[in-house]
Design a binder for this molecule. Structure first.
Ligand code: NAD
Ligand code: UGA
Length: 456
């Protein structure tokens, strides 16, 4: 019976996941530890360090009762029955596998800290997304040197998406738990099943062996990203042929075998995980000599880079082949709506390319401006930031919409048009806006994978 849970890593996954577990399991004491003291202080104050709809309310249900945040990891380890490890696993930037393999230094450091401080029996749960067979390395580390401790390792990858994290955690499509096919392994799986079973229907809790669980997480992200790259590839054909990607997506999505979700063409996928996890999968394939499989998955990332480049090239071409000294208002910097997260956001690359063309770029975003300032801190004086989208667009030659924030759909575009340089352009990188209406106002409108509505 699990009484104490510790989660190492209070980020986008650790914080929301533990808040939901604590809410549904009032009999379990949940402690979340992080090395970043500012993050810990923010969680403790009830004002989460990340923007996620509904998170603050869920946090309030258990904060200070059975949910606690701490920077003192070592003190929290001995009492834990279960330790979720939810630290970041970014792409390696140095040495062997640089640019593809996962950087496991934070992960291994965590394993060693657990080994040093654990007492009695502890279930260690991989929550972070990891290369297949990481649990094996974890087990080897944990089996060395602490005679007073015994460990079982489980894989329990997280499938939440940012912006909908709370709904995804409250009503998951599935919870996946992988464990060793031994008596102890099965008992550890059962203990974790009982935690999730307090709010997740039994038929949504899947149990597998550890390697299937680890691989399923990478494969799920690869499939999702592949759908986005596939519809983006179709969008490029649409722009050449007069087909409309919205109509094509509706037509192919009506086939129940394909389904309508994840068929939104756009400026390219972003976020901290899709590219990282696919490259990790590519590295794994190369390691096992599966060259063709590696190239297949790599093409999903290649297409994504092409889509971002294509977006800027279309802007340059439409605006008479020069952006020099023109003001461009960038609407949205987050990698998707309803988050302040800008990790691997397509907006970073688009802004950098616009600045390389000597455009004056003014970025606005309802949640991501602090992060955007950090990401582009070295961009120079041509880059500015504005809270107010109307101010961002004032005097601009063009608007580039890069994040699908709903509020951008409801702006007063007559007012925006009146304050812009003419001819005024809109490049809708998310097919969010009513292109026909904007065209009627006077804009030249370029959407993704749709016919141009130009007045030139
Ligand atoms: P994050 O960077 O937001 O959070 C990770 C946290 O771990 C940070 O706060 C960091 O300070 C802390 N940390 C690092 N090393 C530590 C240590 N030794 N001790 C204590 N704390 C430490 O990352 P994230 O977005 O929450 O992602 C975590 C993992 O979950 C990654 O493997 C990611 O691939 C996976 N994942 C992320 C998402 C998502 O939507 N962000 C969804 C599913 C899975
Ligand atoms: C994604 C997965 O959806 C989660 O299941 C997974 O847990 C998570 O990665 C992870 O492992 O980190 P997330 O990146 O938060 O979640 O957000 P998504 O909704 O998947 O969007 C990713 C990117 O694809 C965004 O830039 C989004 O704008 C783009 N996208 C998505 C499209 O361009 N078109 C679509 O149809 C869907």
């Amino acid at each position: 019976m699990i009484k104490h849970i510790l989660c190492i890593g209070a980020g986008y996954v650790g914080g929301p996941t533990m808040a939901v577990i604590a809410k549904h399991c009032p009999g379990i004491r949940v402690v979340v530890a992080d090395i970043n003291a500012d993050r810990v202080a923010a969680w403790r104050s009830g004002e989460p360090p990340i923007y996620e709809p509904g998170l603050k309310e869920v946090l309030a249900t258990s904060l200070g009762r059975n949910l606690h945040f701490t920077a003192d990891l070592e003190a929290a380890i001995p009492e834990a029955d279960v330790i979720f490890v939810s630290v970041n696993t970014p792409t390696k930037t140095f040495g062997r596998g640089a640019g593809k393999a996962a950087d496991l230094q934070y992960w291994e450091k965590t394993a060693r800290t657990i080994l040093q401080h654990a007492q009695g029996h502890t279930i260690v749960v991989e929550k972070s997304t990891l290369p297949v067979r990481t649990a094996e390395a974890m087990e080897r580390i944990l089996k060395t040197g602490n005679a007073g401790a015994r460990f079982d390792i489980l894989s329990n990858p997280e499938f939440l998406a940012e912006g909908t994290a709370i709904a995804d955690l409250e009503r998951p499509d599935r919870v996946l738990i992988g464990g060793a096919e031994t008596k102890e392994g099965r008992a550890a799986i059962q203990a974790l099943v009982e935690v999730y079973g307090q709010w997740v229907p039994a038929d949504r809790i899947l149990t597998t062996n550890v390697w299937s669980s680890e691989l399923s997480k990478l494969a799920a992200n690869a499939f999702l990203a592949q759908r986005v790259s596939s519809i983006n590839a179709v969008s490029a054909i649409c722009e050449r042929t007069g087909a409309d990607v919205l109509e094509v997506a509706r037509a192919i999505g009506a086939d129940v075998r394909i389904g309508p979700k994840f068929l939104k063409a756009g400026v390219g996928f972003g976020g901290s995980c899709f590219q990282k996890d696919i490259l990790n999968l590519v590295y794994l394939c190369e390691h096992h000599g599966l060259e063709e499989v590696a190239r297949y998955w790599e093409s999903v990332v290649t297409l994504n880079l092409y889509q971002k480049r294509r977006f800027v090239e279309r802007m340059i071409h439409a605006m008479f082949n020069t952006l020099a000294e023109k003001r461009i208002a960038v609407f949205g910097f987050a990698f998707k709506a309803d988050t302040g997260d800008t990790r691997d956001s397509p907006a970073t690359e688009v802004c950098r390319e616009l600045l390389a063309e000597h455009a004056h770029v003014c970025v606005t975003d309802p949640q991501a401006l602090p992060s955007a300032r950090r990401d582009l801190h070295d961009a120079g004086p041509r880059l500015t930031f504005e809270d107010d989208p109307y101010a961002a667009a004032r005097g601009a030659h063009a608007i580039a919409l890069l994040t699908d924030w709903r509020e951008y759909r409801d702006l007063d575009y007559e007012r925006i048009y009146a304050g812009m340089e003419k001819p005024a352009f809109v490049f809708d990188g998310r097919n969010l806006l009513d292109a026909a209406r904007l065209h009627a106002i006077g804009f030249n409108v370029y959407s993704i994978g749709r016919p141009d509505l130009s007045r030139l």
